[in-house]
Write a protein that binds this ligand. Structure first.
Ligand SMILES: Nc1ncnc2c1ncn2[C@@H]1O[C@H](COP(=O)(O)OP(=O)(O)OP(=O)(O)O)[C@@H](O)[C@H]1O
Ligand SMILES: O=P(O)(O)OC[C@H]1O[C@](O)(CO)[C@@H](O)[C@@H]1O
Ligand SMILES: [Mg+2]
Length: 329
């Protein structure tokens, strides 16, 4: 059955923010307006649907945001949207506002919420993957990853200066909830002496090798990149264990933390976000629902059903693991 003709769409950001979300909001707004649709910004993620926190978005309202980090619509992790009562309130508000469909920019949790909501109510959702972790199944890219990667590399390069000056061994924690791609890529980009990520136990032997032979050399410092793996501060335990075994080493720990989520989006993130924003509106106009926009094989747009995007795991790039084990001798 053909759906009601679209007249007004809502756009929201949900879950952790990521650089490039503003570029996506701008692209969704402008693509919708180009197609004669009205656009409403929903503030504070799903909580804004429940609270009726809506703002009209016109072409000029999204001027000057392309290059800004964070999200001008703000974001949230809404517990109330996980309840039937919360989603009922959200539906009533969307109806009252005349919103026919939504674009949600976020991660797996946000798409799970959208899937459940659109099974209960007849409002189609299309998702744009936005997370620095780049861990969504069905897309080679998520908005924010490139900017975060460059932030990590810049920070670690700086730490390398002080590590080298003092002949110290640094353990540096990189973000990534249960996902080590950011850590692995950053480790390769900075030439880390070892990289510890949840997906590749095989790389753990690099640290042993480095400690046993490499580090005995005079004038040697080192960088070990550790993925957070859903447990902020995991790096402290790891560094402590090494310190206990090698008391002569001068060990330091650095947790990069939320600096990795901030900053101006890179050109790559702006372009990816713009491409996905336009594709999301085109998908809604094409009667699609409950799909995530993916970018695959050199940034070609793809449509991935929500139930696959949220259930299946994004596998780690085996090629990068191979490269690291070859290069790190
Ligand atoms: N099972 C669910 N039912 C209803 N809503 C959900 C469900 N899971 C998540 N949501 C909604 O989606 C929001 C965002 O999810 P979550 O906090 O997991 O972040 P995310 O989108 O996975 O992003 P990231 O992991 O990158 O921070 C939640 O706060 C909640 O409002
Ligand atoms: O800012 P919060 O809510 O503590 O979330 C931190 C998590 O969000 C992310 O930055 C993005 O999903 C993860 O890498 C990290 O584990
Ligand atoms: Mg998530």
């Amino acid at each position: 059955m053909k759906r009601k003709k679209l007249e007004k769409i809502g756009v929201l950001t949900s879950g952790g923010d990521a650089p490039g979300m503003n570029a996506a909001i701008r692209a969704v707004t402008r693509a919708a307006i180009s197609n004669k649709l009205k656009v409403v910004g929903i503030r504070h993620g799903y909580q804004g649907m429940i609270d009726g926190d809506f703002v009209p978005l016109r072409t000029r309202d999204v001027s000057g945001i392309l290059h800004r980090g964070g999200t001008v619509l703000k974001t949230a992790r809404s517990m109330e949207f996980r309840t039937e009562a919360g989603r009922e309130k959200a539906y009533q508000n969307l109806k009252k506002e005349g919103i026919d469909a939504c674009v949600v920019i976020g991660g797996d949790g946000s798409f799970t919420g959208a899937l459940i909501f659109s099974q209960e109510y007849d409002i189609p959702f299309v998702g744009i993957p936005g997370t620095i972790d780049n861990d969504m199944y069905g897309t080679d890219y998520t908005i924010g990853y490139d900017t975060a990667l460059n932030t990590v590399v810049e920070a670690v390069d700086k730490i390398r200066h002080t590590a080298a000056s003092h002949d110290r061994l640094f353990f540096i924690e990189v973000m990534g909830r249960e996902a080590g791609l950011l850590a692995l890529s950053a480790g390769i980009a900075v030439g880390a002496e070892a990289i510890l990520i949840p997906e590749a136990k095989i790389l753990e032997k690099e640290l042993d090798q480095f400690l046993k032979k490499g580090y005995k050399e005079k004038d040697r410092s080192g960088i070990v990149i550790v993925a957070e793996g859903g447990e902020t501060g995991r790096v402290i335990k790891i560094a402590k264990a090494v310190e206990d075994n090698y008391p002569n080493l001068d060990v330091r720990v650095s947790i990069l933390g939320h600096i990795q989520r901030g900053g101006k989006p890179s050109a790559r993130d702006r372009i990816a976000a713009t491409k996905m924003g336009v594709a999301a509106v085109e998908a809604l106009l094409d009667d699609q629902k409950s799909i995530m926009i993916g970018l695959v094989k050199n940034f070609i747009v793809d449509h991935v059903p929500f139930n696959k995007a949220v259930k299946l795991n994004h596998s780690i790039d085996e090629d990068l693991i191979h490269i690291q084990s070859i290069i790190n001798i």
